[in-house]
Design a protein around this ligand. Structure first.
Ligand code: CU
Length: 319
């Protein structure tokens, strides 16, 4: 496996290697935009230089006015740049839209940023610090949250970056198409050791990735870990089938609209479930009493992720 981005290999390359599908598109957009910018500015600078020389004070030239108005010319320099910028707007908007809509079959990786390291977890429970292994050719969705201040996950070779916020999940996705080793960084100044909050991302063939997963060692998947925590934290005492407390069944909850006591509905997203566990009195559900204790400061971020992974797998009986 070659180390991409080493100085010898890329002595004159201005950008890190484009190792994802989106990266090539981003580069095309930047190149096209640079070309158009040059096309619009260079002739103006040449004209300024030319006229400055031709019409300088001590030269004898014809200084009588030419025609005063040329409507076609004026329209052209307004309309052409207008439509050019609109083209770039449409192009950029389309890429933004793609970036915001990960494919449904994406492999989901959980990431936690904290001063000053990245922790990544695979669905099977395999965990890595400042290192991330992903399969080539498959969409990968990174769902992330910060345990302290704002960080930002930056993968230059894939041309993607996303802020990692405390208290809220954010996501980015990519399809790496070139096996190799690339850099990952925190690109948000986050304190003393921000500069060492980096690591590497290893893109492997799907077979090598499977092999790596089997070697990485994990006693249980995220969902299985969540199931254990669900019992350990006493959630089953209220939300279990045998519970005597009147609490909602969580089966089939994920993605469903939940009616609120205060009116309206909220979709049961990752953020909603996390918030419910930490601040149960925030969004009281219609028809229930506020008896659920707050688990703020009790359940750490990585366990919240496992609990959510478990709640997602809970299906309604009979479905
Ligand atoms: Cu950071």
């Amino acid at each position: 496996m070659s180390v991409s981005g080493s100085p010898a290999e890329h002595a004159l390359a201005l950008w890190p290697p484009a190792a994802s599908h989106a990266a090539t598109h981003v580069d095309y957009l930047i190149l096209a935009f640079t070309a158009v910018t040059l096309l619009l500015t260079v002739p103006i600078f040449l004209a300024i230089t030319y006229f400055a020389l031709v019409y300088r004070a001590n030269r004898r030239v014809d200084r009588t006015h030419g025609s005063d108005r040329n409507v076609k010319l004026e329209l052209s320099w307004m309309l052409i740049p207008f439509f050019l910028t609109l083209t770039f707007f449409a192009w950029g908007a389309q890429m933004f839209d793609t970036a915001k809509h990960p494919p449904a079959n994406a492999l989901r990786i959980e990431a936690i940023g904290r001063q000053w390291m990245w922790k990544f977890q695979h669905p099977g429970g395999q965990a890595e610090i400042n290192d991330l292994h992903v399969p080539a050719g498959q969409p990968v969705l990174v769902n992330m949250i910060s345990q302290d201040v704002i960080h930002s996950l930056y993968l230059p070779s894939f041309r993607v970056q996303m802020e990692t916020l405390p208290g809220r999940y954010t996501q980015l996705w990519f399809t790496a198409n070139l096996p190799g080793i690339y850099r990952l960084y925190c690109s948000e100044y986050c304190g003393t050791d921000h500069s060492v909050m980096d690591g590497q991302i290893t893109v492997q063939s799907p077979r090598d990735y499977e092999h790596w997963l089997s070697q990485a060692g994990s006693s249980q998947s995220l969902a299985a870990g969540g199931k254990r925590l669900f019992a350990n934290y006493g959630c089953t005492g209220c939300h279990g089938a045998a519970a005597t407390v009147r609490a909602p069944m969580l089966a089939g909850l994920y993605g469903r609209p939940v009616p609120m006591e205060a009116g309206g509905t909220v979709t049961a997203s990752d953020d909603y479930i996390r918030d419910k566990i930490l601040n149960p009195d925030h969004n009281l559900i219609a028809g229930y009493k506020q008896v659920m204790p707050s688990f703020a400061g009790v359940i750490p971020e990585d366990e919240l992720i496992q609990l959510i992974a478990y709640i997602k797998t809970m299906q309604e009986p009979g479905s």
